[in-house]
Every structure is written in structure tokens, then in C-alpha cells.
Design a protein around this ligand. Structure first.
Ligand SMILES: Cc1cc2nc3c(=O)[nH]c(=O)nc-3n(C[C@H](O)[C@H](O)[C@H](O)COP(=O)(O)OP(=O)(O)OC[C@H]3O[C@@H](n4cnc5c(N)ncnc54)[C@H](O)[C@@H]3O)c2cc1C
Length: 403
């Protein structure tokens, strides 16, 4: 008899997606190894904004209701209101029915990996996967260690080695490239902002360092944000890479000046790719499944990716569990679950993104401000997760139902 695989599942990457998959599969009673190339706590370039659908997910899957999130130190700040600008013109502002929360990814990701370990997953830090043999279902790390498993979950982020090692045909490179975003982000310590910010920017954020600001028209097919966290003010811009090829750094400096933070224009922002509608509809090959950023899963409208990392990993964990218990094809089950539970939403959100940015480009002659005012509460509900982007109908099970 041949050697049995070491594990039921090897999860490559320990961000929100990887920890979710590992935690759930270990909870189902399977043998799971999670391989993370860095050591916790590790940084991840991210605004750390958690919508209500993420907050509900953390309660439902990790048993971390809001008081527990606070106790674990995962809630850095709360955005009870918002302000939305087109250029320097404020078009919408107000209180939110339910707040957005802001977390620090070093703490967030370390906590969720710990939860996966508590559920029984083996966590291997400093284990960088450098080769993947999909047919033999084996991964090899930079130390030469080999792990065989009945399934491989690629949760290794936007640069995913698991994705890049898949045969041609799984990923449509043109669609991926056309919908890939790029972001620049700078975290400025709050005390420095309080001293050095000037209120002569067209948007004087320093007068209101408690409200998250979103600003359209600071780059093409993308937006700028100012997220006021407890210790730092996080300023960023992100948009489709193909539409902003060379000039994103210039647009970022202009944005700093617009929000009264020109004093920080000589600081180097972190640059990072951003999933922005480049999701793969069938991200599977044999026993390998891609989840989270590795599969391009994030909101096509905002680039919000934490929830989609969690949710795709949840669906993948169910598909793997079904494979391990009944032999069903994990790829077929996962693709069917995505088709039923996620990709229709992403398609509808991408259509809204296209409408919004075509309007800003002047190619759809609509009074955009009026459209935004009329739809704002429904769009906010859809981002928070209580409405569907398809027709904005109310749907409280949208992000919790699986089968
Ligand atoms: C500037 C910016 C701001 C953002 N702001 C927000 C926001 O406010 N809210 C939001 O919801 N989303 C935001 N996002 C998106 C969000 O950060 C991602 O969608 C999310 O982190 C995806 O989670 P993941 O688990 O798929 O991947 P990641 O969080 O990238 O985790 C991947 C993990 O895999 C590990 N890894 C990589 N390669 C290997 C390897 N070869 N072997 C082993 N391990 C490996 C990495 O070290 C990492 O720990 C933002 C993104 C950017 C770029």
C-alpha cells in the first residue's frame, strides 16, 4: 500500500482566508497544517476596515462576538459616521445605522491563527512554500520540508505561489490583469497629524479625525480614503492598475495635499496590489482550491477583501469536508458554492463599479450626485451585508447560508 498523505488539508498562507479554512477544517475533525511564511504578529498593508458582514462572520465562525473582539484588542477604532466626496465636493455625509470597525492586521491575523490552532490545526510559522505539485498534492517549503495532503488550499494572498503554479487555463490572465488594482497607503501617527496637518486642504480632515472619509475622482477607477485609527491616520488611494499605470504616486501626493496632509508628502507610502474585481469564477484544479486574495476575491466596488477572504475560505472548507467525507470533487463543489453564494453578488457589484466610474469618466451622462443620494442607504446596507447588490433587496442570510 502506498504512503498515506500526511494531512487531509494543507493550507498555504495564514491571513484571514487561511486561518478560516484551517479553523473550520480542524473543527470538522480533519488533519490540517497551515503553512505561513512569516512569524506572527506580522504586518499586512491594509486599511483594516471591517464591515458588519465581517463582524457577523467573526461571531458565527470564530465565536468572537463584539465584546470578545474588544477584549482581544482587535477593535482599534469605530467609524460611526462617514463622509463621501467627489474631488473636493462633499456629496454625502452622516451617521451610519451601524458602524464600521477598524482593526490592526498584525493583531487580527495573529489572533485568528491562534483560534485555528485552538481548533486543532497545526500552525507552522516561517514555512514559505516554494513549490507546489498539484497532481501529487504536495507542497515544498524553502527549508526543503515536504507536506502531502488530500487537498491543498491556496490562501497565500495576491502574489499567490499556489495560483502561479497552476496550469494555464485556470486563470484568465487578461481578465485578471484588467481588474487588478494597485494601492498606496501611509499610516501617519495621530500625534504628528495633530501637529503638522493644516486645515487649508480642500477637504480639511484634521477638523474631524473621527470620521472615515472616502474621496472619488482622486485617481481613475478608484478612490482615496482617510481612516482615523486610534494611534494612526491611515491615508491611501487605490484603483485599477491598467487605468493608473504610472501616475498613482503623483495622485497620492495630490491627495495628501487635498486632505491637508501635504506635510507628509515626502514619506514613502507602502504599495501593494489590490483585488478589485479580478476574481476567478472557478478557482480550482484537482485537489487545489484558491481562497481570498489568491483567487482575486474582494469587493469590486471598494476593494474590501477581509470579508471575502473569510467567506471564500468558509465555502472552500465545506467543499473540502464534503470531498473528505463523501469523495465529491472539491473543485466542483467549491465552484458550485461560489456560483450560488458569492459570484452573482460580485458580478452585480462590478456592474455598479463600472456604472459609477464610467459616470465619473463622463461616458454615462447621469446626475451622479442625485443617484448617490437616492441609493445611499441601500448601498451602505449592501456593503454592510444586509442587502444584496442584486436589486438591493433585503437579505439577512445572504452571507451566512452555505448550501
Ligand atoms: C492598501 C490596502 C488597503 C486595504 N484595506 C482594506 C480594508 O480596509 N478592509 C478590507 O476588508 N480589506 C482591505 N484590503 C484588502 C485586504 O487586505 C485583503 O483582501 C486581505 O488581506 C486578503 O486576505 P487573504 O487571507 O486572502 O490574504 P493575506 O492577508 O495577504 O494573507 C496571505 C498570507 O499568506 C502568506 N504567504 C504568502 N506567500 C506564502 C508562501 N509562499 N508560503 C507561505 N505563506 C505565504 C503571507 O505571509 C500572508 O500571511 C486592503 C488592501 C490593500 C492593499
Amino acid at each position: 500500500m502506498g504512503k498515506l498523505p500526511d494531512y487531509d488539508a494543507v493550507v498555504v498562507g495564514g491571513g484571514p482566508a487561511g486561518s478560516t479554512a484551517a479553523c473550520m477544517l480542524a473543527g470538522f475533525g480533519h488533519r490540517v497544517a497551515l503553512l505561513e511564511k512569516q512569524a506572527y504578529p506580522r504586518e499586512k498593508v491594509c486599511g483594516g476596515c471591517l464591515s458588519q458582514k465581517s463582524i457577523q462572520f467573526l461571531d458565527r465562525i470564530f465565536h468572537l462576538p463584539l465584546p470578545a473582539l474588544r477584549q482581544e484588542g482587535l477593535i482599534d477604532s469605530v467609524g460611526a459616521g462617514y463622509a463621501l466626496y467627489i474631488g473636493s465636493r462633499r456629496v454625502l455625509a452622516g451617521d451610519l445605522p451601524e458602524p464600521f470597525y477598524f482593526t490592526r492586521r498584525d493583531r487580527y491575523d495573529a489572533c485568528l491563527a491562534r483560534k485555528a490552532a485552538d481548533a486543532g490545526a497545526e500552525i507552522h510559522e516561517g514555512a514559505e512554500v516554494v513549490a507546489v505539485d498539484h497532481d501529487r498534492r504536495t507542497v515544498t517549503t524553502s527549508d526543503g520540508d515536504r507536506y502531502t495532503a488530500r487537498t491543498i488550499i491556496g490562501a497565500d494572498g495576491i502574489h499567490s505561489r499556489v495560483r502561479r503554479s497552476l496550469p494555464a487555463g485556470v486563470v484568465d490572465p487578461v481578465r485578471w490583469r484588467e481588474n487588478l488594482g494597485w494601492a498606496l497607503e501611509l499610516a501617519i501617527p495621530r500625534d504628528e497629524v495633530e501637529v503638522l496637518a493644516i486645515d487649508d486642504g480642500a477637504i480639511p480632515v484634521c477638523n474631524d479625525l473621527s470620521t472615515p472619509h472616502l474621496v472619488l475622482d482622486v485617481c481613475r477607477w478608484g478612490y482615496g480614503w482617510v481612516f482615523p485609527n486610534r494611534e494612526a491616520i491611515v491615508v491611501g488611494i487605490g484603483g485599477l492598475l491598467e487605468k493608473n499605470r504610472k501616475d498613482l504616486p503623483d495622485r497620492f501626493r495630490e491627495f495628501l495635499a487635498t486632505v491637508g496632509l501635504a506635510a507628509f508628502a515626502d514619506r514613502k507610502p507602502a504599495g501593494y496590489p489590490l483585488s478589485f474585481g479580478n476574481y476567478i469564477a472557478s478557482p480550482a484544479y484537482g485537489g487545489t482550491l484558491l481562497v481570498g486574495d489568491a483567487g482575486g476575491f474582494a469587493s469590486p466596488l471598494l476593494g474590501e477583501g477581509i470579508f471575502y477572504a473569510h467567506r471564500t475560505a468558509e465555502l472552500a472548507a465545506h467543499a473540502v469536508d464534503r470531498h473528505l467525507t463523501s469523495g465529491a470533487s472539491p473543485g466542483e463543489t467549491y465552484t458550485a458554492l461560489l456560483g450560488r453564494r458569492l459570484t452573482p453578488e460580485l458580478r452585480a457589484e462590478a456592474a455598479l463599479r463600472d456604472f459609477l466610474y464610467r459616470s465619473l469618466d463622463g461616458r454615462v451622462p447621469v446626475p451622479l450626485t442625485t443617484f448617490m443620494k437616492v441609493t445611499r442607504s441601500r448601498v451602505i446596507d449592501a456593503v454592510q451585508g444586509s442587502r444584496s447588490f442584486r436589486g438591493f433587496r433585503r437579505d439577512d442570510d445572504l452571507h451566512s447560508a452555505v448550501w
